[in-house]
Design a protein. Structure first.
Lengths: 141, 141
DNA sequence: ACCAAGTAGGACTACATTAGTCCGAGACGA
DNA sequence: TCGTCTCGGACTAATGTAGTCCTACTTGGT
């Protein structure tokens, strides 16, 4: 059997977690971290770091300041940032199955016995990801 | 924002569910269903159906009989088949993050604060997928 | 006023995975 | 021994992911 793996969390998103973790550390001090520093500290290329940070900024999770002495910082208190928001900002919504997406028309719609079970799993996952805040995520417990 | 979606369950696997569902219906009667019938009834090409059924057979979930009047049937009682087994037979193990796979060496191993949280989510998902049997999956409740 | 340090953001490329097809070979019943 | 059926690998097209590159824009310091 091949070593196929289905990941819920992509690599981009994993990088985003590290950035957010580092930004959380700097949050109380109020200081900004430049994309270059974040990239270097987390062993990600600068270009890619920019791309990911842009997505986070677009979702309103971080704020950017241009120019020298500029950089990024958390836009909100880390206790109010949901884990789910980070994931969705970078890689889009997570679903168990296409059938559960709003706009997808499953050919077995209505008569598919699997549907309700999938929905249960979906809501469990969503619940966990929403409940978990960035702050909790970072701190040991 | 693009309409990216991360799916836990791939299309192959979805087809496999339908096959298994149909085979469950025929199970008590003891009859076999040919790959051609399964393909047609579920609107999947014959070639692809064969491929998926081979995977299911390889995992010991269905039995095949060659020759005319041959076909597939469940290898076990549908109450003893775990949902998770079907998924893994077709698309391989499901993981939340590569970090949680045994053979992957995360560069932040040990000091990564995210690790334990991911592990919790992982085990929740696994637990649900293992607990759910094919029989429960098929029947309304 | 200008330059350097920084972000913004789209275009582009290489690569991996997925979904699906095709075809020859083996098995079995009539 | 013929037709129907599964077996199973090789192959292909399409899609998605990861990452790079380049240019434009912003702002603080001198």
């Amino acid at each position: 059997m091949k070593d196929i793996v289905v990941d819920l969390i992509r690599r981009d998103t994993d990088y985003a977690f590290r950035f957010m973790a580092q930004l959380t550390g700097a949050y109380s001090g109020g200081g900004r971290l430049s994309a270059r520093v974040l990239a270097k500290d987390n062993e990600v290329s600068y270009s890619l770091a920019c791309k990911i940070l842009q997505k986070l900024a677009g979702a309103g999770l971080v704020e950017s300041t241009m120019g020298p002495k500029g950089g990024f910082r958390l836009a909100k208190n880390p206790e109010t940032i949901e884990f789910k928001q980070i994931i969705e900002a970078v890689q889009g919504p997570v679903s168990v199955n296409k059938c559960l997406m709003g706009d997808y028309q499953c050919p077995l719609k209505g008569k598919c016995p699997a549907h309700p079970k999938m929905a249960v799993l979906q809501s469990q996952i969503n619940g966990y990801l929403k409940k978990l805040t960035l702050q909790e995520f970072i701190s040991g417990e």
